[in-house]
Design a protein around this ligand. Structure first.
Ligand SMILES: Nc1nc2c(ncn2[C@@H]2O[C@H](COP(=O)(O)OP(=O)(O)OP(=O)(O)O)[C@@H](O)[C@H]2O)c(=O)[nH]1
Ligand SMILES: [Mg+2]
Length: 488
C-alpha cells in the first residue's frame, strides 16, 4: 500500500445516538473507496465494522472499530464508535485522535439523547462537527424539522449545504448547494446522476445558496472582498472557507445521507477529502511538560495509544496515532509511563474493521495498529529512543456509574480472573477494578450494565474463565442511633 503523507490523510470519527446508522455509513464509505467489493449490512450481520460475536448477537456496536477508505487521493481513517452511552469511552478515545467528528442523525427522530451527549464530548475535545442526516428514506423522515431541531439545540451555525428533494419513502435525490447540482440515485443506490437543478427547486436553492456563500465568505476577510467583487466564490475558495469554519467551530454543515442504500456517501467522502482539516491543520498534541508535538516527519517518533483490544486468534492489538516523526517496522520504542519499558514494533497494520493489511510505515498524523506489545496501557505514549521521556497529555474519561462484584465459578480460577480483569481495565480506562477488603469481593465498575456484560463476554469467551456477577455486599457499619449516659 502507498505511504500516505500527512496532507493526504483525513481522520474522522462517526458519533451519534444509537442505531442512527454509523456502522452502515462506515460500510458504505469503505465500499465507495473500493476497499470492499460487497456492502454488508448490520441486519445480515456481515459488516466489517460490527464483527464481534456480541455485536452480531445484539446487532449493535459495542466497541469502536478502525476503518479506512480512499477518495481523491486521500486516505480517510474512520473510527466507527458505538452509540450506546455505556461505551462513551470509545467515543472519547475516537474523538481524541480524529480531526473531525461526523455526527450521524436519524432524520425521523431528530436530536436524541445520544446526539446531545456525544455533541458535548465533541465540544469538550474542541473538534469540528459535520452532521450527516441519515435514514432520509424512512417514511416519516423530516429534513426541515430535524434541521430546525439541530439549530435550536446546537446554534445558528448549523448550516445546510444540501437538502433532499423527496425525503421519505422513495427518497433518491438531493440538491447540493456547494455544487449547485441535483444528485439523483438509482434504486439500490450507487453512482448518482448529477444534473442541473430543476426549475421548481431553483428559487429555493438559490436563496439557500446565497445565505450559505455569504456565511462562508465571512470566515475570511480576503474571501469577503472577493465575494463582493465577483458575487460568488470558486470551489477552492469555498473549501478553504469551510475548513476555517469547521476548525473554528463556527460552521457545522449538514449533509444528506441514505446510508443503507448508499446515497450521498460518495459526495460526503468528496467533501471530507476537500474541506475537512488534515492532521497538521489541527493543533498537535501537548506533552505533560507543555511541549508541542507538530506532526513533523523529521522529529523523533511519538505514538499515542488510543485503544487496545483483544481479538480472537491474535491477542492484544494496540491502536495508535502518530503525533510526530515516522514509524517503521522493527523500530524500537520506549514507554515512559511504564518504567521506560522497551517495546519493539514488530508489525504495522492498516485496519479495516475485521480485516488487516501489513504496511511498512506510517507518516505523522496517520492512524494504525500494531500487535504483541509487552506492557502498554490505553493512553500511553511510545517514543523513539531519541526522545524517551515525552508523555502526551492523557485523555479525560468520565467516572464510573455502575458496579458489580465478580466471582469465578471455579475458585481455582480466582488468580487468573484477577489478572484478566486487571488487563481489561488497563485496556479500557472507563473500567475500574479493585479488591475491596471491606466487602471481601472483587469489584468491577464501569459506565453501565451493557459495558459490564461485554466485559463478562470477553472474560468468558476470550479469557476462558466462567464467572458470575453478584450484587456488591452492603458494608456493615455500626451506627449510633440514640444518646446514652455513661456513669463514670
Ligand atoms: N431505512 C434505513 N435504515 C438504515 C439506514 N442506515 C442504517 N439503517 C438501519 O438502521 C439500523 C441501525 O444501523 P447501524 O448502522 O447499526 O447503526 P449504528 O448507529 O451503527 O448503531 P450503534 O452502533 O448500535 O449505535 C440497521 O437496521 C440499519 O440497517 C438508512 O439510511 N435507511
Ligand atoms: Mg454501530
Amino acid at each position: 500500500m502507498k505511504v500516505y503523507q500527512t496532507n493526504e490523510i483525513r481522520n474522522i470519527v462517526l458519533i451519534g445516538g444509537t442505531k442512527t446508522g454509523k456502522t452502515t455509513l462506515a460500510e458504505a464509505m469503505v465500499f465507495e473507496g473500493g476497499l470492499i467489493t460487497r456492502r454488508g449490512t448490520v441486519d445480515d450481520k456481515n459488516t466489517i465494522s460490527d464483527y464481534r460475536p456480541i455485536e452480531l448477537e445484539r446487532q449493535a456496536s459495542v466497541s469502536a472499530s478502525l476503518l479506512y477508505t480512499l477518495c481523491d487521493n486521500k486516505k480517510i481513517n474512520i473510527v466507527d464508535a458505538p452509540g450506546f452511552d455505556d461505551f462513551i469511552g470509545e467515543v472519547i478515545g475516537g474523538l481524541r485522535v480524529a480531526d473531525t467528528a461526523i455526527m450521524v442523525v436519524n432524520a425521523q427522530n431528530g436530536v436524541e439523547v445520544g446526539t446531545e451527549i456525544t455533541w458535548r464530548w465533541a465540544a469538550r475535545a474542541d473538534k469540528p462537527v459535520i452532521f450527516a442526516m441519515n435514514q432520509l428514506d424512512l417514511e416519516h423522515a423530516n429534513y426541515d424539522e430535524t434541521l430546525r431541531n439541530l439549530k435550536a439545540r446546537f446554534g445558528a451555525n448549523v448550516t445546510a449545504i444540501q437538502y433532499p428533494v423527496n425525503a421519505g419513502t422513495g427518497f433518491n435525490s438531493f440538491i447540493d448547494l456547494l455544487k449547485m447540482k441535483m444528485y439523483k440515485y438509482p434504486a439500490g443506490g450507487g453512482k448518482p446522476e448529477i444534473s442541473d437543478i430543476p426549475a421548481d427547486e431553483k428559487d429555493k436553492a438559490e436563496e439557500m445558496q446565497a445565505t450559505l456563500i455569504e456565511e462562508l465568505a465571512s470566515k475570511d476577510e480576503k474571501l469577503m472582498e472577493e465575494f463582493f467583487e465577483k458575487g460568488t466564490l470558486s470551489e477552492e475558495q469555498i473549501n478553504k472557507a469551510m475548513k476555517i469554519g469547521l476548525i473554528s467551530r463556527s460552521m457545522f454543515p449538514v449533509l444528506c445521507i441514505g446510508a443503507k442504500h448508499n446515497m450521498g456517501v460518495g459526495r460526503l467522502l468528496e467533501f471530507i477529502a476537500g474541506a475537512v482539516p488534515a492532521p497538521n491543520e489541527m493543533p498537535g498534541a501537548k506533552t505533560t511538560e507543555g511541549k508541542q508535538l507538530n506532526f513533523k516527519a523529521s522529529d523523533p517518533t511519538a505514538l499515542f495509544i488510543f485503544k487496545t483490544s483483544i481479538e480472537a486468534h491474535i491477542g492484544e492489538i494496540s491502536f495508535f496515532k502518530v503525533y510526530s516523526g515516522e514509524i517503521v517496522e522493527a523500530q524500537d520504542m520506549i514507554n515512559p509511563s511504564r518504567n521506560h519499558t522497551k517495546e519493539r514494533i514488530s508489525q504495522l497494520f492498516v485496519v479495516n474493521g475485521k480485516n488487516r493489511d501489513k504496511v511498512e510505515k506510517f507518516m505523522p498524523g496517520d492512524i494504525g495498529a500494531t500487535i504483541k506489545l509487552k506492557n502498554v496501557h490505553t493512553g500511553n505514549t511510545l517514543n523513539s529512543i531519541k526522545n524517551p521521556d515525552d508523555i502526551i497529555e492523557p485523555t479525560i474519561y468520565p467516572e464510573p456509574k455502575f458496579r458489580v462484584a465478580v466471582k469465578a465459578k471455579n475458585a481455582a480460577d480466582d488468580e487468573k480472573l484477577g489478572a484478566a480483569i486487571n488487563e481489561l481495565a488497563r485496556m479500557d480506562p472507563t473500567l475500574v477494578f479493585e479488591y475491596s477488603r471491606e466487602l471481601k469481593q472483587l469489584i468491577l465498575q464501569g459506565q453501565g450494565e451493557l459495558q459490564l456484560n461485554f466485559t463478562k463476554w470477553i472474560i468468558e469467551n476470550l479469557e476462558k474463565i466462567s464467572i458470575d456477577y453478584l450484587a456488591p455486599r452492603i458494608p456493615y457499619r455500626e451506627t449510633i442511633t440514640k444518646t446514652a449516659k455513661a456513669c463514670i
